[in-house]
Design a protein around this ligand. Sequence first.
Ligand SMILES: [Zn+2]
Length: 324
Amino acid sequence: MSYDLSLSRRSLLGGVTAAAAALPFLNVSLAAAAEPNASSLRAVHRFHIGAMRVTVIDDARFTFPAPAFAANQPEGTIGPFLERFGLPTDFASLHMQVTLVESGAHKVLLDTGMGEVTFPGNQPDNGRLIATLAAIGISPDDITTVILSHGHPDHIGSCSSNGAPVFKNASYHIPPNELEFWTQKPGTEESFPNFMLGVGNAQLLPIGDLIRPYKDGDQIVPGITAVAAPGHTLGHHAFLLQDGEDKLLHLMDAAVHYLVGPEEPDWALAVEMDQQLAAETRRRLFKQAAEEKLLVAGYHFPFPGIGRIVDQGPSWRFVPMQTA
Ligand SMILES: [Zn+2]
């Protein structure tokens, strides 16, 4: 399988100088700081799906050039769209949130955030997962299960540190094709694909013995089922959390921007591996979420990234909401 990303790392992510976008925040509660790094904002948002306790952890932020969100559209398409919502037109600020699910004896992480990975456009105190877990009384050794949606650097950054697993008592679940792809040897030239492969190697090879495969429809732990959501990457999965009538569809990266994804599901994100498949996945998941009035979550939506998808004719809208 070849993966030709024509944009270089510099042109894709470089050149962004503005600092922060005005994004709506919901119900941000600050966990007690457990680390001396006073600049780290550690926010968590906690609610329940049936008996499962769900804690959304604010791990990181970065800025992304706006044209990357309409990569298959004519130049200049994205600006007026963002302007309509009062947002900056040259870049978008993305959040990253890791979800901790406590279900019976299971302590499950959905992805592992940025860890020590640095991107261009990074904020300096990114990778707050471990410190935030400490602030809420959870050590890495307490985590029983890590479920990886896909192998992009901003999702696997805390799998390993210095060549050893961070969550050494956990099983790490990843689709076999994602594992195979992101552990390919990177090339030597400086490019964004090689950067991503480098992170994949550094993060995924040390957890080899702890890795378990999963596929569409698998209930990985009671109450958490994998939902195939290919396109962003070929093995990308979303997750359905369910206890009785209570459900949450975690979109992970099926939609990356909380407005562009639902409102313009056919607009491709520059890093999508299969743009057509990504659009089909968005339409399928949004249709299901709207019809079933599912609570949804997005990994990169404004913290805590929880809301509903409502049908608005030809497309959809993400409506953020508070959860109790
Ligand atoms: Zn992502």
